[in-house]
Design a protein around this ligand. Structure first.
Ligand code: BGC
Length: 364
């Protein structure tokens, strides 16, 4: 009896000592809508589990994010949740490791670092597969012929973001067989995979900046794509997809009949665009679930508990490479992405992904 009471007191004291621990949340940017939500959600989840928490956004500048991380360390953070910008984050993560602070790479891998052990994200290869499958279905590629091939142009995300490679390689795993058969033609550069660095660089979009993608689409329209009609554009996320659509809409050829344009993030503006028949698809990644899972992971690591994250699987087999940061392979926990088109537009709405006012607009 005494022993039980003693264990209970210890457990109580242990939970109390974590209760006031501080979690620093470092998000990369606000020009992509999702990160605002991610940051706020992470903070709310941390508070829900009894932590103190603060969130900062890095304005797509690694130096700025490093200062924010340093300030979290000065404030005595016990854990950091980091969605980084590029490999310049390494020095800040080294300082965290020196202070024995738990670091969780959030959504994006922290590249080239030996100084952390955990990564939580989505199955990013599958994100790309889903994007390409939506093109495959919309263009009915299995029935396409060499005599009347379909035309596609390819965009990729930021070459500084490890996710961009997985998105692209996932998509090309679906599209390459059609390209090889000659029933799908690539207009503009064609990196078969992200390993073709030179060509990948030509289709990549530095820091996921919409104006860069828009200008590149405009250039394609007046050069490589001038004498063809595009049937599809592989766009790596919603922010870039909408920028590409803007460029397309300014071209008389596509007025009233846009190519199939993909995306990802289920951003409200893109869901409305899908509803209105402009953007064709997006990939819904339930970032509320990701935030909840990330804080739970930090909590379990801090408390030295066995890791058990409902809704996430530890990457194994070929997916283990998602956790390879160039210096070591960290434990990567993966959530599942879902393809959304007009047909199942309600999926993210029903998941409670939008505000009530937004949900009403989508449902109308
Ligand atoms: C995220 C995407 C996001 C992109 C741009 C990626 O790392 O996984 O969801 O659209 O960054 O912020």
């Amino acid at each position: 009896m005494k022993k039980i009471a003693f264990v209970l007191i210890l457990a109580f004291l242990a939970s109390f000592s974590f209760a006031q621990s501080f979690i620093g949340i470092a998000m990369p940017e606000t020009h992509v809508q999702r990160w605002v939500k991610d940051g706020n959600q992470l903070k709310a989840e941390a508070i829900k589990l009894g932590y103190r928490a603060d969130v900062q956004w890095g304005n797509a500048e690694q130096a700025q994010q490093n200062q924010q991380i340093d300030s979290f360390l000065t404030q005595g953070a016990k854990a950091l949740i980091v969605g980084c910008i590029n490999d310049g984050v390494g020095s800040a993560i080294r300082s965290a490791a020196r202070d024995k602070v738990v670091v969780i790479a959030y959504d994006r891998i922290i590249p080239n670092s030996k100084d952390y052990d955990y990564f939580i994200t989505f199955n990013n290869f599958k994100v790309g597969v889903l994007q390409a499958q939506s093109i495959e279905r919309a263009l009915n590629l299995p029935a396409a012929t060499k005599a009347a091939p379909k035309n596609i142009t390819l965009f990729a995300g930021s070459p500084t973001d490890g996710n961009a490679f997985f998105f692209y390689d996932g998509a090309m795993s679906v599209l390459n067989p059609y390209i090889q058969k000659g029933v799908l033609k690539v207009v503009g550069p064609y990196p078969k995979t992200s390993a073709d660095k030179a060509n990948f660089q030509r289709i990549a979009t530095e820091n996921w900046q919409a104006p860069i993608a828009k200008t590149r689409m405009e250039n394609l329209l007046s050069n490589d794509a001038r004498s063809v009609t595009l049937d599809a554009v592989l766009a790596p996320n919603d922010t870039l997809g909408r920028a590409i659509i803007e460029a397309l809409k300014a071209d008389a050829k596509y007025r009233g009949k846009l190519p199939i344009v993909t995306g990802q993030d289920a951003e409200y503006d893109s869901i409305m665009s899908i509803k209105n028949g402009e953007q064709y698809s997006t990939v819904f990644k339930d970032t509320a679930k990701l935030a909840e899972a990330a804080i739970l992971l930090a909590d379990q690591v801090l408390k030295k508990q066995r890791i058990n994250i409902p809704g996430a699987v530890l990457a194994s087999g070929s997916l283990r490479s998602i956790g390879n940061n160039g210096q070591k392979t960290v434990s990567a926990y993966l959530l599942d992405p879902i393809l959304v088109t007009k047909d199942n537009i309600r999926v993210p709405v029903d998941a409670g992904f939008y505000t009530a006012a937004q949900a009403n607009q989508i449902r109308r």
